[in-house]
Design a protein around this ligand. Structure first.
Ligand code: ZN
Length: 150
C-alpha cells in the first residue's frame, strides 16, 4: 500500500516492455507517469527516480485522470498562442493517486471553480501553433460530469 492508501500495485517491469515512442504517444493523449516498484509511489511527471525512496522507477503507470482542484488562478492576459482563450483558469490538481499536476481547466465557469472541486482529465486542443498552423493537443481538466454546484 502506498502512503496515499491507493489500491493499485505497481506492475512488474517485464510486463511493461514498451517503446519510448509509445510512451510519448500516451503522454499526449493520456496521463501517463511512472510508479515505483519499490514503494508503489505514483510519479508524475515521469522522472525515472522515485521522489519518495530514490529508487529507480521506470515502470509506466496510467493515472485515472481524476483529482481535485488544489489551487487555481484565472488568466486574463494570455501569452502568445493563447489569446483567443482568455479568460481561462489554470489549476494545480491533486490526482487521486497523489501527484500534483498543473493544467488548464475547460468546460467550466471560471467563477465557479473552488478549491476541492472534483475534476477529471480530458484531451483538448491546447493552442494553435501560429507559424505552422498546427493544432497542439494535450490534457486539460474539467469538473466531473456528475458534479454540479449547489
Ligand atoms: Zn519508491
Amino acid at each position: 500500500m502506498s502512503k496515499h492508501g491507493f489500491w493499485t500495485r505497481c506492475p512488474s517491469n517485464d510486463q511493461m516492455e514498451i517503446s519510448r515512442h509509445w510512451r510519448l504517444q500516451q503522454q499526449r493523449y493520456g496521463l501517463v507517469g511512472e510508479c515505483c516498484p519499490h514503494c508503489d509511489e505514483k510519479i508524475f511527471p515521469p522522472r525515472d527516480i522515485c521522489p519518495s525512496c530514490n529508487g529507480e522507477s521506470k515502470t509506466p503507470y496510467t493515472f485515472s485522470g481524476k483529482g481535485e482542484v488544489y489551487s487555481f488562478t484565472t488568466i486574463y492576459d494570455a501569452p502568445e498562442g493563447y489569446e483567443g482563450m482568455t479568460p481561462y483558469t489554470v489549476a494545480l490538481v491533486r490526482l487521486v493517486e497523489g501527484p500534483l499536476v498543473t493544467a488548464q481547466l475547460t468546460d467550466v465557469d471560471n467563477s465557479a471553480v473552488e478549491i476541492g472541486t472534483p475534476v477529471e482529465m480530458v484531451t483538448r486542443k491546447l493552442r494553435e501553433d501560429g507559424d505552422r498552423g498546427m493544432l497542439v493537443y494535450g490534457y486539460k481538466f474539467r469538473p466531473e460530469l456528475l458534479w454540479t454546484k449547489t
